[in-house]
Design a binder for this molecule. Structure first.
Ligand SMILES: NC(=O)c1ccc[n+]([C@@H]2O[C@H](COP(=O)([O-])OP(=O)(O)OC[C@H]3O[C@@H](n4cnc5c(N)ncnc54)[C@H](O)[C@@H]3O)[C@@H](O)[C@H]2O)c1
Length: 262
């Protein structure tokens, strides 16, 4: 499915991998509805990109916040006439915490809920509200395609490290939901593709600290470096453009398998 003259929603679009995706969609002639909690960056981004981009301040843990942004996006789509053809659910957080902390206390439910609510619940809520609109599109390709869902999992879905129980649970769930979601949506011509990156340059990984980042880079197989955001967005584009990609989880990881100890 082509990107040009179609509208795409990107959550977490103000930073890192989401931001690269927004820029790539835009330079491919797409219209982008950027959703993020970071309103300042979002506003600046729209200033740079111009009339084919809008920003909405959204908290993906809130159903009402997503509803409001879907409504505004669909009003924008009504004005531009460029169908909503895809959603990239990029909003996500790490928030490492071990099962038992230094004082012998168990991981808190607040910490677990925080991660699951954004990475899992927020992803599902965003996608469920978007696909209801995409299903009403007229077919956009000769195959009868009406839309694409791109989910973002992680290497942690397969080999989570110490302190990543909540994160791995959320990203494992995102990977697991890929096939049933594709099966549910097949009758509407909506595909689902999940990308599972390893270590990529972004604000999230900048927060890891130099030492942790360097030791993660060292265990990359090849190339021995963090992935670049544009290497992620290129895979998103392929997910949109290549109609045979469906119901699959693509590891984008330079053959890296995350070790237990660093
Ligand atoms: N960078 C990596 O190495 C890496 C590896 C594997 C998976 N991922 C996943 O890729 C996605 C993007 O991560 P990134 O590395 O670009 O991080 P990032 O921190 O640069 O970007 C994440 C964005 O999500 C937004 N966000 C957070 N909570 C939100 C909420 N409740 N509602 C709306 N927006 C919210 C943030 O404001 C931020 O702009 C995440 O799902 C992350 O788990 C990243």
């Amino acid at each position: 499915m082509k990107i040009q003259d179609r509208t795409f929603i990107v959550t977490g679009g103000a930073s890192g991998l989401g931001l690269a995706t927004v820029q790539d969609f835009h330079s491919s002639g797409g219209y982008v509805s950027i959703w993020d909690m970071n309103a300042d960056t979002g506003a600046k981004l729209v200033d740079q990109l111009g009339s084919r981009a809008v920003f909405y301040e959204v908290d993906v843990t809130s159903t009402e916040s997503i509803e409001a942004a879907v409504k505004k996006t669909m009003e924008w789509v009504g004005k531009t006439g460029k169908e909503l053809a895809g959603v990239v659910a990029g909003a996500g957080v790490g928030n490492p915490a071990k099962m038992i902390d230094r004082n012998g206390d168990p991981i808190t439910m607040d910490s677990i809920d925080f991660v699951l609510n954004i990475n899992l619940r927020g992803t599902l809520d965003t996608v469920r509200q978007c696909v209801a609109h995409m299903a009403k599109n007229k077919p956009l390709t000769p195959d009868g395609e009406r839309g694409v869902v791109i989910l973002v999992s992680s290497s942690a879905a397969f080999d989570g490290q110490p302190g990543q129980v909540s994160y791995a649970a959320s990203k494992g769930a995102v990977a697991s939901m890929t096939l049933p979601m594709a099966r549910d949506l097949a009758r509407y011509g909506i595909r689902v593709v999940t990308i599972a990156p390893s270590l990529f340059e972004s604000r999230m990984t900048a927060m890891l600290g130099e030492k942790a980042r360097k030791s993660l880079e060292k265990v990359m197989e090849f190339p021995v470096r963090a992935g670049k955001p544009e290497e992620f967005s290129r895979m998103v584009k392929e997910g949109v453009e290549n109609s045979m990609l469906n119901g699959t989880v693509i590891r984008l990881d330079g053959a890296m398998r995350m070790p237990s100890k660093m």
